[in-house]
Every structure is written in structure tokens, then in C-alpha cells.
Design a protein around this ligand. Structure first.
Ligand SMILES: O=C(O)CCC(=O)C(=O)O
Ligand SMILES: [Fe+2]
Length: 122
């Protein structure tokens, strides 16, 4: 993937999150879900360059989508959130070590959603 410099809109969103959380982010990954047919399969954001126990701030715009979490070890542990327009989801601590997350496909959603995940990359 080819990184681009932050534009003014992204810098504004980044600085609002940073002053709220007292954390500085170095990068942002943008995902476009054109409709409910676009999804993001089960994964953990545990790439080496994120370091141990990464803090990831995830902002959602547009269509509300389901966000599922499942524990890697204990299959009985699951969580389901609805990520609303304008919401901020924070993943931190051992979340990526212990849990997988996904945005499942759905036939109910025909509208677009944009998700921005702000990250600290060494
Ligand atoms: O779209 C979302 O809310 C999640 C995106 C995600 O998990 C990722 O980019 O790693
Ligand atoms: Fe993720």
C-alpha cells in the first residue's frame, strides 16, 4: 500500500482524537465499505510495526455497521457493537493479543461507510 500525506480534513479529525485521548498518532488506514456486501474478515491488528499492545482509534462515518469481537482462546467470549455515524471506538491494551474482530457482510445495508483507524507506527 502506498501512503499519502495527511490532508487537512484528516489532520482535523486526527487532532480532535489526539486531544481527547492525549495520544499522538502517526498514520491512518481508511476503509470504504460501499454497501453491506463489503466486509472485513476476522483479524487482529497485530503487525510488528504497531508494537506490543497498540492503541488504535477507529472512527466511523456513514452507514451503521456491526462490529464483532471474539476471544482467541475462550470461544464463549464474544461481543457485538453497532458502530454509529460519528462514533469513536478505542482498541488498546491486550485487545489485539486476545481478540479477533470483523465487520460482517449484511444484506440490510445499502449505504456507504467510511472507517478511519488512527495508529502509531514505529
Ligand atoms: O471498519 C472497521 O470498523 C474496522 C476496520 C479494521 O478492523 C481495520 O482496518 O483493521
Ligand atoms: Fe482491524
Amino acid at each position: 500500500m502506498q501512503p499519502h500525506p495527511f490532508n487537512d480534513d484528516l489532520l482535523l479529525i486526527k487532532s480532535k482524537i489526539e486531544s481527547h485521548l492525549k495520544v499522538k498518532f502517526t498514520s491512518c488506514l481508511a476503509n470504504l465499505y460501499r454497501d453491506g456486501n463489503d466486509s472485513n474478515g476476522w483479524h487482529a491488528d497485530n503487525e510488528k510495526d504497531l508494537g506490543k499492545n497498540p492503541i488504535i482509534a477507529s472512527v466511523s462515518f456513514g452507514a451503521e455497521r456491526v462490529f464483532n469481537l471474539k476471544h482467541k482462546g475462550d470461544k464463549s467470549l464474544k461481543a457485538k457493537l453497532n458502530l454509529q455515524h460519528g462514533s469513536l471506538l478505542l482498541m488498546q491494551g491486550s485487545t489485539q493479543d486476545n481478540w479477533l474482530h470483523q465487520i460482517p457482510k449484511t444484506k440490510k445495508i445499502t449505504e456507504k461507510r467510511i472507517n478511519l483507524t488512527f495508529r502509531i507506527i514505529a
